[in-house]
Design a protein around this ligand. Sequence first.
Ligand code: ADP
Length: 357
Amino acid sequence: MLKNQLETLLKEWVDPLTEQNLITSKSLKRLEIKDDQVQMDVVLGFPLGSLETSVREALTKLIKPVTNLAVQMNFATKIVPHVNGAHMPALKGVKNIIAVGSGKGGVGKSTVSFHLAQAISQLGARVGVLDADIYGPSQPSMFGLQGSKPEVVDGKFVPLQRQGLQTMSIGYLIGEAVPMIWRGPMLGKALQQIMTDTAWDNLDYLVVDLPPGTGDIQLTLCQKIPVTGAIMVTTPQDLALLDVRRAAEMLKKLNVPIFGFVENMSGYSCKTCGAKDAIFGEGGGQKIAELFGEKLLVHIPLDSDIRLKTDAGQYFTEGAAFHYNHLFAELALKVTSQMAAMPKDYSAVFPTIKIEG
Ligand code: ADP
């Protein structure tokens, strides 16, 4: 009786941030009334980190009015590979790929890739960043690893590491000021090699910082990476929207699911007087998200603190007191929880059957 009552309550409860319902997402593995306790086992397909506390509190609040019994909740996370739209085989050592794209350069795609990766890692998953932005590989400086070179072991690049995050970029191999002559097919080839010859170490998520635009390089690249899903970064003004629309359409044509849009440089607040100014306009992110029937995941304001903490590896040297951690944590949760609801890829658990005759 009480169990049924609790099940009905839980069916109606949707976590406001992840929009997950424990029943429909099949996360509630056990609900029992035992030893004068309500006992629950919840296994999530994405990392919850310290936000587990708020989910516990919300569930306790939900349950309290119907029973005086103590509630024992066990939470666990199990991140599994999900099917990619193109049904390509997974990259070795990588369960899932989140691509970060934009229509044009300079909108903050690399910044969002970097902080998204940090945020997912802080939630408790194993994360790497592949800098595929061959026009302007900026992850080496964001990681504060300019000039470092990856080791080669057994013919594979060993990704560089910083605070538990793995990172690989063409910038580590040839520097960030990529010579003009290298652009085009040569870079495409070098990138292809990085993709296939990097020994990622057991990643739950690889964040791929895509090159901006919708040209041949982007198209070929997206056809070669088994992307599980993508997010698109744009600034709010109409001109940027036109470009991001083309980029999103390209990904859709390649069957890459889009988790949603990020509006970056979305308004500026004066630190002295508090006045707000929509320097690049307003509402563009929402408009483009609606056009694609997708979500606007977060607005990230224009703030010099973001530039300072992102460029030149200062994020690591000045500690994690980054004012916008909460926004990127929200983005990380929205993306990983959406992915957890996607079909799972069981190919790795089935043995390869060899027919000998
Ligand atoms: P993209 O990868 O799209 O070319 P970047 O992420 O390299 O763009 O960002 C371009 C520049 O803008 C960088 O110097 C970055 O620090 C800065 N930047 C990005 N987002 C913001 C923001 N919200 N506020 C302030 N500066 C930003």
